[in-house]
Design a protein around this ligand. Structure first.
Ligand SMILES: [Zn+2]
Length: 471
């Protein structure tokens, strides 16, 4: 008999049958049961056999089926019968544990259909295995609750809620929608929610209501980006309605008007400035709209909350009645969201976060086809290598770590840093148990006792993974 090609030492290979598409490998368990599972008696006699077909990892581009010759025993003491227990076999399905683990990992980055084809099972099975795999990950991967939280919208087939850690530029959750109930339920179950200090969001009332209801201590901040874009929109409305009233010849005089008008005044070159001056003379409304847009952006140059509010009131008074309609949305939003908008001046949200979120929204369109929301969520939240870790210290984790007995740490020094290999315990949260090689990670400090925190999915890494088509 050839060596154990299965690399499953608890089974003996009895024979191999093969055709173009499949391997059928006959095996039996090496260990024979020594006692009755019902009464622990050691007086057992053979009582027949049955053959069980179990799927295993594909090999040489063929499907692999293990035909396990399973023995049945009868206990002489209690007279009951039982089949021998089969090691390394999934408890829920007729497949090896390692196949289930592999399928789960693969399903993060591949379609269910392609995995089903490679393994020789149905897509339904892949989906079910993936569901279990994700449930296991959920139990073991816990993202730190952000002190500065972002609640925004992202489009994945439909508009979804995205929860971010602003200080770390990471995603910590995707919600199926942005209804008040959905956001409130998420916040309610969040460990450490009472420590959330600021929540940055766009002007979406259900999110605000959920935050006020569940984490009333958190200050709501509307990011500058979401506010000033309204000024661009208002100016665009004026420009479009003007164009509609013009003759084709007049319209040609407004070459690249959208591009020039959306620019900030300080960024205009000489030619653009000249064009703008000409348009302003011919079409005073357009000039007024541009001025209002620029002055609205100027509110954000205010050095304090009070100054910003004063600038807004000044700005509001200067809106000419002819174009007031186009700017009505801004006035309304400012009225409904005054404090969250002004809070920005005390707690400016980092631009890095808003920018990276916008880049993510742009590449997100590449995802989405052929997956359920749950699968997409898992793909994004559990994308391999995208989690951001920063080492810090807390009493709770230190205690938890001491209690973890299986964990061992072997480390050796490298110039300037330590390479750190861990198995079991904390690290096993990141890599499934069967992972053959624990991956190294680098400690920034020399304190080997510091536990690892997980701040969620690094947005820029995620963007790179999506752009490379690896998700
Ligand atoms: Zn017995």
């Amino acid at each position: 008999m050839p060596a154990n090609i299965l690399n499953l030492s608890c089974y003996k290979v009895l024979g191999i049958r093969e055709n173009e598409h499949d391997y059928h490998i006959d095996i039996e368990a090496v260990e024979t049961p020594t006692s009755c599972p019902h009464c622990q008696s050691i007086h057992l006699v053979g009582f027949g056999r049955r053959e069980q077909m179990v799927k295993d990892l594909p090999m040489h581009a063929r499907h692999v089926g293990l035909c396990i010759d399973t023995r049945r025993f009868r206990c002489r003491t209690c007279a009951r019968t039982f089949y021998e227990a089969l090691p390394e076999i999934d408890e829920k399905r007729l497949m090896t544990k390692r196949l289930a683990q592999w399928m789960g990992k693969q399903a993060i980055k591949r379609t269910f259909a392609s995995i089903a084809e490679e393994v020789g099972c149905t897509e339904f099975t892949v989906r079910a295995v993936f569901g279990d795999y994700v449930n296991e990950l959920e139990k073991t991967i816990r993202f730190e609750t952000p002190k500065w939280m972002g609640i925004d919208e992202i489009h994945l087939i439909k508009p979804r809620g995205v929860i971010a850690n602003i200080q770390n530029n990471t995603l910590v959750e995707l919600l199926p929608n942005r209804n008040k109930d959905t956001v409130a339920r998420f916040l309610y179950h969040l460990e450490g929610k009472e420590r959330i200090q600021y929540v940055a969001m766009d002007m979406w009332t259900p999110s605000r209501d959920a935050v006020r209801a569940v984490i009333p201590q958190a200050e709501i901040v509307v990011d500058k980006f979401h506010v000033v874009r309204m000024a661009n929109d208002a100016m665009e409305r004026v420009r479009k309605s003007l164009r509609e009233s013009l003759t084709p010849k007049q319209r040609r005089g407004l070459m690249h008007d959208r591009f020039v008008l959306l620019k900030r005044e300080r960024d205009l070159n000489d030619k653009e400035r000249l064009n703008l001056d000409g348009w302003t003379k011919n079409y005073p409304e357009l000039g007024e709209a541009y001025r209002l847009k620029e002055q609205f952006f100027g509110i954000y140059d205010a050095k304090s909350l009070d100054e910003a509010q004063a600038r807004f009131i000044q700005w509001q008074k200067s809106i000419p009645s002819e174009i007031a309609n186009a700017f009505a949305d801004i006035e309304k939003a400012w009225g409904n969201w005054t404090m969250p908008i002004l809070n920005y001046f005390d707690h400016p949200v980092t631009n890095a976060y808003t920018e990276s979120l916008n880049s993510l929204i742009r590449v997100m369109d590449r995802l989405g086809r052929g997956y359920s929301f749950d699968a997409l969520r898992a793909k994004i939240l559990f994308a391999e290598g995208a989690h951001k870790h920063k080492l810090s210290w807390s009493k709770f984790e230190r205690k938890e770590r001491r209690q973890s007995e299986q964990e061992f740490v072997a480390m050796y020094a490298l110039p300037g840093n330590f390479k750190h290999f861990k198995m079991g315990g904390t690290f096993a949260r990141m890599t499934p148990e069967s992972d053959p090689e624990p991956k190294p990670y680098i400690l920034k400090s020399t304190d080997s006792e510091k536990p690892e925190k997980n701040y969620g999915v690094d947005i820029s890494t995620l963007i790179r993974i999506i752009e490379n088509g690896e998700l």
